[in-house]
Design a protein around this ligand. Sequence first.
Ligand code: ADP
Length: 235
Amino acid sequence: MTQTPSQSNPSTKTPILRLKNVTKTYRNGTQALRNLNFDIYPGDFYLLTGASGSGKSTLLKLLYGEDRPTEGDIWVDNIHLNPLKGNKLAHLRRRLGIVFQDYKLLPRRTVAENITFVLWAQGYGRSEIDRRLPPALKMVGLLHKAESFPEELSGGEQQRVSIARAIVATPPILLADEPTGNLDPDNSRQILNILKQLNKIGITIVMSTHDESLIRASDLPILQLTNGQLSRVNR
Ligand code: ADP
């Protein structure tokens, strides 16, 4: 399947994520992705589904430049990702917020420090950091936990911190790799609702999941990976 799915009207917008003939073959010979072609437009929110091993993480890793395609080309926000390295790649990554299944919080840092660390690293000043932190915490309902440490939080709260960290620098794109994979149904729904709110304010989102009940309960468009091939699911 090599079609070009889109929620929006392609004639009026430029894609914010574009894959052209993308194939990924790992060194051991595993072909994780086969000739993917698709465009995602500003404001889209896709669920990326597929069985374990179907290529979801591989696809997201290619989109945030953690790994490179064996063949084909990727554009993020109109920038050709393939040739980027070092500072240029780091700079492009600022256009992407990333959320992982296992939160990846710094255990010895408070919630506030975890969220603002990325801003320090990007050279933001104190006043700008102080201005950005409260709305990010508020968006995920954790203003009251700013001074807590990750181990003092539930899994759902930790994932909400990682979402706040992902959006505090206001990236236009959010990539979430199985963000509800470690959470119970209530917390999973809460995470999905937060992501929907973020999408409403304009952030383009691709979220991978193999949680069937979450997929059924949401009306979001679905991109399905099957043995490394991508198709848009009609429902
Ligand atoms: P998913 O996220 O859908 O579970 P992955 O993208 O992790 O799928 O994996 C897709 C395929 O690529 C699987 O067959 C997996 O075993 C393989 N794979 C993933 N990472 C590597 C790697 N670093 N080296 C070799 N094979 C890999």
